[in-house]
Design a protein around this ligand. Sequence first.
Ligand code: NAI
Ligand code: 3PY
Length: 361
Amino acid sequence: MAASQKLATFIMDLGSLLIKSVFRTKEQQSMTKRFKVVITDLMTEPLDAERLVLGEVADVIALDAKSEAELVGQIEDADAVMVYHYLTFSKSSIDRLSYCRVIVRPGVGYDAIDIAAARERGIPVCNVPDYGSEEVADSAVAMAVSLARGTHLLCNRLRRGVGPWNVDQAKPIPRLRGRRFGIVGCGRIGTAAALRAKAFGLEVAFFDPYLPDGIDKALGIRRVERLDDLLSSSHILSVHCPLTDETRGMIAASEISRMPQGSFLVNTARGGIVDTVAVVDALQRGRLAGAGIDVLEQEPPPVDSPVLAAWRDPNHPAHDRLLLNPHTAYYCEEGSDEFRTKGAQEVMRALLGQPLRNVVN
Ligand SMILES: NC(=O)C1=CN([C@@H]2O[C@H](COP(=O)(O)OP(=O)(O)OC[C@H]3O[C@@H](n4cnc5c(N)ncnc54)[C@H](O)[C@@H]3O)[C@@H](O)[C@H]2O)C=CC1
Ligand SMILES: O=C(O)C(=O)CO
């Protein structure tokens, strides 16, 4: 080949190389840099799920922060942030993110994240809506049945050696079958709870203003148009709506006072929806016969929390009628792996510039 031809080929190759590097896909560009992903809370170190999904392209740092102040200096250069429900992720944290492509909440409820502030900054917030509806429904119905059948109460009574062996005639337990199980918010978890309650022979009704017509018929359950109608007719009320401006404080003293005397209340949704001080008060006065609480307004609760005091003190009138769990209704090993993996996969999509699956803002 003549020298001039060689030179022409060389120039053409160089040109095509230049064009290729300038017009690389976002995906190709992304693969050349190592990203920083910060898990803000809950984890002391990234688990296998995050490492498996993200390890090749990102350094995953787990902070286990107990307050937002601990995030200062740690998140500013993050390419993605994963926020669990133990931490509020407010505008002040969001405004510190300089490069962040996504905020992922590896779970259902994203009430602790200021999604409006993220929207203003153009940062998508994504949740994982589909990892554990059945476990939460299992936990809610298990609490309701345990309270209504007296299992919890009788177990405590026996442990303390109070009352007769066998039935205490002074404290009759009404039949469960045929009683009304009322659901506030009949989405994924509410529906799973409805199916379980039906299997116990309970008559199920729900209040959910946002569901289209026909769900009631498809599930063979009753729809009520007003929360009041559900409150006044439910022997067991189970809360399954998200915490929003509209639902904050939705079940307080006046709502509880409209429930039938001796009914049961279960909350596995969010603490901010139900006023737990009013619940303890209603248990004390016998208005409520039992309450199953998985979530509190503040988690972990302060040491002087009235609900903790009632639950700890065997002499407190509400003690035997209160089932308290540490926000674990969702938990099972498989589900944990699922929300971590799905959360990390959403982060990966953002890092690669691919379409996101569950943007909530
Ligand atoms: N304790 C735990 O471990 C867990 C708690 N949760 C909580 O459960 C909530 C529900 O989860 P999913 O059923 O998966 O959500 P979902 O989005 O499938 O269903 C929520 C339903 O609530 C309804 N809703 C909204 N506002 C309402 C209102 N003002 N009154 C009545 N209904 C209303 C919606 O229309 C929707 O049908 C989550 O937002 C989360 O806070 C979720 C997972 C685990
Ligand atoms: O997924 C949720 O919303 C939970 O509360 C558990 O993290």
